[in-house]
Design a protein around this ligand. Sequence first.
Ligand SMILES: [Mg+2]
Length: 162
Amino acid sequence: MFFYPDLMVDKITNINGGILSGLGVKNILLDIDDTISPNDGTAISSDTLNWVGMLKEKSYKIALISNNSEDRAEYFAKILGTPYVYKAMKPLPFGINKCMRLISAKRDNTVLIGDQIFTDVVGARLCKIKSILVEPLNKEGGFFLKFKRLLEGRIRCSCRQR
Ligand SMILES: [Mg+2]
């Protein structure tokens, strides 16, 4: 189904090498807001830092992809030592394609990991790459985000029941 990710997990640190090789993935496009850091701050957990370090050690290529500002994307890219694309305009394909070029990623071995169905999962679909959906780190948000999450909740539910 168009809105279903290839996989759903509670948090990114649950995604281990076994899961990634099961999906045939070597390249990771990583959303920022509510995936690696809550959307209302710049906190990043030591678990997340260790997880990124582990993946790099196993020679996975990682790039950050965010619809947010350059300042914010650059901030996390510096911490994690990865390339980044800001104002990516997910789910449109341009930013995602640009991000793939940064790490020379091929469609058949790339996954986009993020917390939103209508930006991350749909964007991955449109680019014909894989997607993993995580639970958002911060469930709060403005009216529009809450509305989107309400719709997403229904899709998450039906996807789980599959
Ligand atoms: Mg996000």
